[in-house]
Design a protein around this ligand. Structure first.
Ligand SMILES: O=C(O)CCC(=O)C(=O)O
Ligand SMILES: [Fe+2]
Length: 286
């Protein structure tokens, strides 16, 4: 008999955070049902639809590397700069629940976290399965260890199904020896309803699914990395200063406008502005 595919544990509101955290750290991935409300999903979708209709080509892969563009997907729309462009995402990217989850999981190695990327990932019909990867491969010189340096929440804005590209995720793969490749039976699929979130350590092997349906599969990927790492998305370049000064403090912090203080674990200060905390610069903006 074939080995049954692993399943992802589902958590319901009110979330039992200690268990959710422990499972994310251990198996690597859980599904938080109803992470955002139907109203939030509807508003984010409406703002995305309006933005994409007005900005043709803005969400196409254009890294200058043919291999990397293939990884991002030629039939996948990806949009950064969401805090600026899609106002309804601010409450998600700056969500105290998500930020605190990331802070707890990364706490042994990082006293603060940054938004690594806030990204629309919309897989269009005909897109093949994405190359399986660890998000932590962005910093390939850092070995995978007990404590993740990146966590990611994929928030479903459409139903995510086996047909339209539900994410593949290999539970426990953060414990695998380097070079081990997942077999089909190693994968769970993140089948979700709009508003659900796949919450995972970014060092498990995963990837977007093939879209064999006639519908798009739209999610937001909201990832947070250690406050001393360089995030994948350079968000400094796409938030205007007038907006920045109006954002909640927590969101300013994960966007990089707070100093990272690693002194408690014998580390240093990172992200200084004029020898001090960039909060001073923020205060001058007001
Ligand atoms: O689209 C997905 O389901 C996952 C995408 C992903 O893992 C990535 O682009 O890093
Ligand atoms: Fe990924």
């Amino acid at each position: 008999m074939a080995t049954p595919a692993p399943l992802l544990n589902h958590h319901h509101r009110p979330y039992a955070w200690p268990e959710l955290d422990a499972e994310t750290l251990d198996t690597g991935a859980v599904i938080a049902k109803g992470f955002c409300t139907p109203g939030q999903v509807e508003t984010v979708n409406a703002q995305l639809d309006a933005y994409l209709a007005e900005h043709e080509g803005a969400a196409d892969a254009a890294t200058g590397s043919a291999d990397y563009d293939r990884f991002l997907g030629h039939k996948t729309l990806r949009l950064h700069g969401l805090v600026e462009k899609i106002p309804a995402t601010r409450a998600l990217i700056g969500s105290p629940e998500l930020i605190e989850w990331a802070e707890r999981l990364l706490a042994p190695v990082a006293s603060s976290v940054l938004m690594n990327a806030g990204e629309l990932i919309q897989i269009q019909p005909g897109e093949p399965k994405q190359y399986p990867h660890r998000d932590s491969d962005s910093w390939i010189a850092v070995p995978v260890s007990e404590v993740p340096i990146i966590v990611n929440a994929l928030v479903a804005l459409d139903p995510c199904t086996l047909e339209n590209g539900a994410t593949y995720a290999a539970p426990n793969s953060w414990t695998w020896e380097p070079g081990r490749k997942p077999k089909p039976e190693d994968y769970a699929r993140a089948v979700m309803e709009p508003g659900d979130a796949l919450m995972f350590r970014g060092d498990i092997i995963h990837g977007g699914g093939e879209n064999d349906s006639a519908e798009r599969r739209r999610i937001l990927s909201i990832s947070y990395c250690a406050g001393w790492l360089r995030p994948v998305e350079n968000s400094y370049l796409n938030i205007n200063q007038a907006l920045l000064s109006e954002l909640p403090e927590r969101l300013q912090g994960v966007l990089g406008y707070h100093m990272h203080d690693g002194l408690d674990i014998g580390g240093g200060l990172v992200g200084l502005y004029e020898n001090g905390d960039p909060r001073r610069w923020l205060a001058e903006l007001r």
